[in-house]
Design a protein around this ligand. Structure first.
Ligand SMILES: *Cc1c(COP(=O)(O)O)cnc(C)c1O
Length: 407
């Protein structure tokens, strides 16, 4: 059955498997990979119309490619947006958004707890072009409201955040943005459309790092923006054709296929994460566990309402320690004792990954900045995968059980 002929009203689990483009003349069931940089034109007049955007049709893969189109359609169907546009990475998606929507003199309000490279992109790179950003508390709505100025064009949020899984209220931020004549963009990397649909909550733009859960097996870099058809056609598609941070066809094909299993992966990895988070909370060497699915999480009620009752697959926890040095030594001991988990800084992989944020993602901050962000030396992030949960618990226990000996 051609993807173009799907009946209306299908469940997201069906859309995740079935949405895409029509098969080629050969009728392949698994989507074809269009690994080509250009497309042969039937005649010169058709070519001219296609280049002038007067007729649909592929010309060159910086402009569009069928494997990329297939991924964009499937992701838009899952996010509930009119359209999507693929990019070479998650950061490229945020770059494309900023280049498309902001100009010199504009102002942005952004959560202080967003992904580290996102902080740098807004503060340093966009700052060079006269776009000013005010960073505010992830959870204090009054601080967001107070930061809005007459030239504020964009509110930018990420929920839950990395690594402390802080949750912000997307619907409240959307109302605030729209009252100020601004747009709300939400980085939905951690929750994915399986748990949270920011467009339905009022957001205007959803950002994805396809590198994480959308691929799901840690193979390729990819990104995307999901938003209105008009914004894609009139702003982002012409811009990406000029600026070139396009999604490679091979990577698009990998994440397109990844979306087929997104729902079962995210749910199963989240089930594992809840089990591991509860166990960590009861371990005598653990100080605090940060996981939206636990009643001890400061925004537990909001997270459960906003994420369909599921906490996600990323946990952070701190080991008990009397000093930052001891915290670091104990965290390193836990990391170095693991024999199943991978010591790596990605997330959303079916393999469980553990990392030490204070010396990796937050390594370039000063100790004072890290303390302010809550990224203490004893903090460990676990991006939970699909292994049997007790095997992961035993792997973490290997190090945790020996922490008291490290003085
Ligand atoms: C990884 C990540 C990004 C950046 O994505 P890349 O594909 O690595 O460029 C952006 N936001 C969040 C929340 C991420 O985890």
């Amino acid at each position: 059955m051609s993807a173009d002929k799907l009946p209306p009203g299908l469940h997201p689990d069906t859309l995740a498997v079935r949405t895409g483009i029509a098969p080629s003349a050969y009728g392949e069931n698994s989507e074809a990979l269009y690994l080509t940089s250009c497309f042969v034109q039937p005649d010169a007049a058709t070519s001219a119309r296609r280049f002038a955007n007067e007729e649909d049709g592929y010309t060159y893969s910086r402009t569009s490619n069928p494997s990329v189109t297939a991924f964009e359609r499937r992701l838009a169907a899952l996010e509930g947006s009119e359209a999507a546009i693929g990019t070479s990475s998650g950061m490229a998606a945020i770059l494309l958004m900023g280049m498309g929507l902001l100009r010199s003199g504009d102002h942005v309000v952004c959560s202080r707890s967003v992904f580290g490279s996102t902080l740098n992109l807004f503060a340093k790179e966009f700052g060079k072009f006269g776009v000013e950003t005010t960073f505010v508390s992830q959870t204090d709505l009054a601080e967001w409201r107070a930061a809005i100025r007459p030239h504020t064009k964009l509110l930018f949020a990420e929920t839950p955040t990395n690594p402390l899984t802080e949750v912000c209220d997307v619907a409240a931020l959307a109302t605030m943005a729209h009252d100020a004549g601004a747009l709300l963009a939400v980085d939905n990397c951690f929750a994915t459309p399986v748990l949270q649909k920011p467009i339905a909550l009022g957001a205007d733009i959803v950002i994805h790092s396809g590198t994480k859960f959308l691929d799901g097996q840690g193979r390729v870099m990819a990104g995307a923006l999901c938003t209105s058809r008009k914004r894609v056609d009139e702003v982002f598609a012409p811009l990406i054709r000029t600026a070139g941070m396009v999604l490679a066809p091979f990577n698009a094909w990998v994440v397109h296929k990844g979306l087929e299993t997104l729902s079962i992966r995210v749910r199963a990895q989240s089930d594992n994460a809840l089990q591991i988070a509860r166990w960590l909370e009861s371990h005598p060497a653990v100080d605090r566990v940060f996981y939206p699915g636990l009643p001890s999480h400061p925004q537990h009620a909001l997270a459960m309402a906003q994420q369909g009752g599921v906490g996600g697959a990323v946990i952070a926890f701190s080991v008990k320690a009397d000093s930052p040095e001891q915290g670091r030594a104990r965290a390193f001991h836990v990391l170095d004792s693991a024999r199943v988990c991978s010591l790596a800084t990605n997330l959303g992989d079916v393999k469980t990954l553990i990392c030490h944020p204070a010396s990796t993602s937050h390594g370039r901050l000063t100790e004072a900045q890290r303390q302010a962000a809550g990224v203490v030396q004893g903090l460990i992030r676990v991006a939970v995968g699909l292994e049997h949960a007790p095997d992961i618990q035993n792997d973490l226990a290997r190090g945790l059980d020996g922490c008291a000996q490290i003085v």
